[in-house]
Design a protein around this ligand. Structure first.
Ligand code: 5GP
Ligand code: ZN
Length: 116
């Protein structure tokens, strides 16, 4: 288990900080975003600490598949029958602010904006 004691999402995974859990499995945890950008906005994170998509892809490519599968399961559980959007902000230019890789699952209505 790789963790970073100073990482916000490692603390959420460990239950040291509160969150609203939506889904969890052996390798991933999903919880609601504190500042939702859509009616449904869930973050899917690995239990292990990896800073970003490049890091997790290099260290543990199977975990990338697990994260995507968990996001699909979140969309199903949340009833996003009309569709949803997966977003992975990567690095400063990509708008990443928390450096523990995470997938945003956005839905619950039409998602507009960049790449829309
Ligand atoms: P990023 O900008 O790195 O792609 O996404 C980070 C996300 O984490 C943002 O959407 C932000 O609202 C969310 N966030 C930041 N701090 C917390 C927190 O303490 N709890 C939860 N649940 N979400 C947070
Ligand atoms: Zn972390």
């Amino acid at each position: 288990m790789t963790t970073d004691p100073s990482c916000l999402f490692c603390k959420i995974v460990a239950g040291e900080l509160p969150s609203t859990l939506v889904h969890e499995d052996e390798r991933t945890v999903a919880f609601r975003d504190l500042h939702p950008a859509a009616p449904t906005h869930v973050l899917v994170v690995p239990r292990d600490h990896h800073a970003d998509l490049a890091a997790v892809s290099a260290a543990d490519p199977g975990l990338v598949a697990d994260l995507v599968a968990a996001a699909v399961e979140v969309a199903r559980k949340e009833g996003l029958d009309g569709g949803h959007r997966l977003v992975v902000n990567t690095g400063a230019d990509g708008g990443q602010t928390v450096f523990h890789v995470h997938l945003h699952v956005l839905g619950g209505g039409p998602i507009t904006g960049l790449a829309g």
